[in-house]
Unconditional design. Structure first.
Length: 454
């Protein structure tokens, strides 16, 4: 059975994947940052993270177009730093993309439970896994087209939210009590700004996952830069707009510790019986679905690439008759469903399972960002002849900004989340043990010119 993915995706499909992977982060999760840092403190955090992601994507695009590989960061780091480098980036990416979907599935389940109180949220979450795993197995073009449609609907819904709420916006509301954790001199505590980092990252987490569809992109050297740059600009505008307008709708403190800040913000302006309100509540589900569906596509390609290179059992690299990595799709789904049913059995740092899964996914993302930027610098030196149809603008300053901010984020995450940080390290260590025990498996894997040189 073949292990080569078929290129079928155009620029618009890739933009839909890039934005769709992230769009749920505009609907929920980020407002917890207000409770930690306040609106003004979190605005600083978000500005720093938006800067990091913008610099990162402009730099990451150089790697994606030069090495259009389903492994994404795994492929870049392996090419730059050898097998161990590939393992670190590949495992970190896998953790990011496997642990984010259970958090989103639980949000989908909780959302449906509000509409249908007799529906068990965990049952709904598992149902979401089964539906969207099946859709991904049926073909990447079908999956990407669905992703594009729900992403466009989710973006339009955020624009509707901003349009409806903007007449009632008050800057006084936004800045009132704007610094959480102030010291006795009234100065904002830096600790709140740094502690809010995971929630600001949630605004943009997983945009890099479109790189894992690079082998399935038509003319990747042309389509990927357009999709990535359009995607990050779309997300920065939406993140800043949604956060400012929600914060200025009323008492933002009522929105800081809930999973549905946008409907509640709109309720402050139009009342809970408005037709606008009902439309937001229902169509808002598309934001969750877009990210959930897109991240399943992302994790399956990472499983596939690692298995094809011998880092995971080779059976995970088998393709279905629809030319999709069905076993990889199922493997990630099994892990996610087990995580859902562990809710209530595991308590990490007093967090809910959803918050813990988000934090774990962010750890994986940050390590992957660091490895990707280090790979960019290394490959500029060791592979100067690599065909680069897109070159990082402002090199070396722009990728250096992304690298430095990512390292700062990693240090802050470890400081504020020591238990989950230790669990992340334990999972990475387990991956390394498997890696050391399976050298023969890698030696027997098919050679890949993009990983070992031209």
């Amino acid at each position: 059975m073949t292990s080569t993915l078929k290129p079928t995706l155009g620029t618009l499909h890739l933009w839909g994947i890039a934005v769709g992977l992230v769009i749920s982060g505009e609907y929920f999760g980020w407002s917890y940052g207000w409770g930690v840092a306040g609106t003004l403190g979190f605005l600083i955090t978000t500005a720093l993270i938006a800067t990091m992601y913008t610099c990162f994507i402009f730099s990451f695009t150089e790697l994606t177009t030069a090495i259009p590989h389903a492994g994404g960061p795994f492929a870049y780091s392996r090419r730059a730093f050898g097998e161990t480098g590939g393992l670190i980036a590949g495992m970190a990416t896998l953790i990011e993309f496997v642990y984010a979907p259970p958090a989103i599935a639980m949000a989908i389940g909780a959302y449906l439970n509000v509409q249908y109180p007799d529906l068990n949220p965990k049952t709904a979450a598992v149902g979401a896994y089964l539906v969207f795993m099946t859709l991904n197995i049926l073909g990447v073009k079908l999956a990407a087209m669905f992703e594009l449609v729900v992403t466009i609907l989710a973006v339009l819904e955020l624009l509707v939210f901003m349009g409806v709420v903007s007449p009632g916006f008050s800057m006084v509301n936004f800045v009132s009590h704007g610094w959480a954790g102030s010291d006795h001199f009234g100065m904002p505590a830096l600790s709140g700004i740094f502690a809010a980092i995971p929630f600001a990252i949630w605004f943009f987490l997983a945009i890099e996952g479109a790189a894992m569809a690079a082998e399935e992109a038509k003319d990747p050297k042309r389509t990927i830069p357009k999709a990535y740059i359009g995607g990050i600009l779309t997300l920065v505008v939406l993140a800043i707009g949604v956060m400012l307008l929600a914060g200025g709708a009323g008492d933002w403190r009522k929105l800081s510790d809930i999973n549905d800040p946008l409907p509640q913000a709109m309720k402050m302006i139009v009342g809970e019986h408005s037709n606008w309100m009902h439309m937001l509540v229902w169509i808002g589900l598309f934001g969750l679905i877009a990210s959930f569906h897109g991240i399943i596509l992302g994790y399956s390609r990472q499983f596939f690439a690692l298995a094809r290179a011998g880092y995971l059992p080779p059976s995970l690299a088998k393709l279905s008759r629809f030319q999709t990595p069905h076993r990889a799709i199922i493997a990630g789904g099994v892990i996610g469903i087990l995580a859902i049913y562990s809710d209530g059995l595991i308590n990490l740092q007093g967090m809910t399972l959803t918050a813990a899964m988000i934090t774990m996914a962010v750890f994986g993302a940050i390590v992957m960002y660091v490895m990707s930027m280090l790979s960019l610098f290394k490959l500029r030196r060791t592979a100067p002849d690599l065909v680069r149809s897109f070159r990082a603008p402002g090199y070396p300053v722009v990728p250096a900004i992304a690298l430095v901010l990512a390292v700062v984020c990693l240090i802050a995450m470890l400081w504020f989340n020591p238990v989950i940080g230790a669990l992340f390290v334990a999972i990475m260590a387990a991956g390394y043990v498997y890696f050391r025990a399976t050298k023969a498996q890698r030696d027997n894997a098919p050679q890949d010119s993009m990983l070992v040189g031209e």
